[in-house]
Design a protein around this ligand. Sequence first.
Ligand SMILES: C[S@@+](CC[C@H](N)C(=O)[O-])C[C@H]1O[C@@H](n2cnc3c(N)ncnc32)[C@H](O)[C@@H]1O
Length: 436
Amino acid sequence: MEPIIKRFARYNKSQNSHDKQPATRHFFPLCLPKIGSIIFPSSYELLPTITEIFELEFAFYEYNFLNKDEIIRRGAFFKSVDGISTYHYLICSNNTPLLWEGRAEITKAYFKEGNFSTGYATHGLFPYRGKFHPQLIKGILNILRIQPGEVVLDPMCGSGTLNVEASIIGINSIGIEKSPFCVLMSKVKYEALKTEGDVISFILRDIHKHYKALTGSNILPEEFSYQEDFNTEKAITLLAFLDAMGYARRCSKSIDILFPSVLKRYTGQISSFIQVRDKLNLKIGNARFENGDARDLPLEDNSIDAIITSPPYSFAIDYAENDRPQLEYLGYNVDKLREGMIGLKGKNKKEKLLMYFEDMGRVLSEMYRVLKPDRYAVIIIGSNDIQTGGIRLETRIEEMVTDIGFSLDQKIVKPIKGIQNTMKDEYILFLKRGGK
Ligand SMILES: C[S@@+](CC[C@H](N)C(=O)[O-])C[C@H]1O[C@@H](n2cnc3c(N)ncnc32)[C@H](O)[C@@H]1O
């Protein structure tokens, strides 16, 4: 395989120095489709939602790195090639009526807007804060040319976005996470990809019975315990309940009203995916999840083909506090849990930062250890110097990875929507592990 650095250098010379700050990207929504038609032959049609420069850049890499058949099967930025719809387009646009049942026009419009980038397959099941942009992850897997049968890892997998994306294109994956609630969330999103229509019917049939059991006590009822014996039907219902619990906390509606509508949305999203999965005969990759610590990975040396991860944005998001109601309902001691979570320890900002970088140093060394020689780790990191006393996270991480032995091949900048008050851009760092 030609090293990525060469390919990048060929296609993207001006961006190839990590000493320089990458060029600022601007937002040109109206011009992009036109630019697209100049860059790509007329037989390649971009997705209708491409409105940002980084999306065009990813489409460009897919066009150059994948052949036509691969773009159809695993591309993330094209609508069609030679008039044949891409699987990504079909997966994202197949919405069963169940998905829209009883939903307000404004909600429909919101979900439709994110259809091709964030809301497809099972990604929308729990809106985990700070999760990856799924379409981007598929794009990165394509740039890295990860093949079915290979194993990718996210050592801080959060809601399992990498695992879901990898599975959809037949790639095996591992997700490690400190928060047991995230492990549950990731597992549900993954297992739901493999579920069958009868499971959806059972969920809808038992909706009231399950709700009664879940609200009958302040902690998880025995019949819903999922550690030993994972029951997909019950786990999907449980996640919808925990989602509604958080939603009820943020708005003034009661969980009685929210739970059935959240669960119906879940079943709608899952049915939409499994319908198209069967039509396209997709072979879902294997994924396994472990409640573990990224600073001490329970994995063999040189065993992983690629890593894609993002460090905790603990300066902007307190993950333990955010998920406190759900964690407590599941029976976990949140104060104990936060002791092992990166970025949440320390008495003041200075101590917090010190511990954060110390912990991240351990995570990066572990990533280096488990990655196979000559393979890539990709770190997606939001720029944030407001809550870090002027220290730019991505600059510091870049220095650390170089000390560990990675070489920085490429850096792509992507604007962040949503938490722009604290983080404006995300940096995508492509790090190559040395040969020995
Ligand atoms: C930015 S989020 C990851 C989001 C994820 N990429 C997704 O798409 O959902 C970072 C995650 O790191 C987890 N984390 C914090 N400390 C950890 C540790 N010591 N080991 C493993 N995961 C940890 C947090 O719980 C959080 O879910």
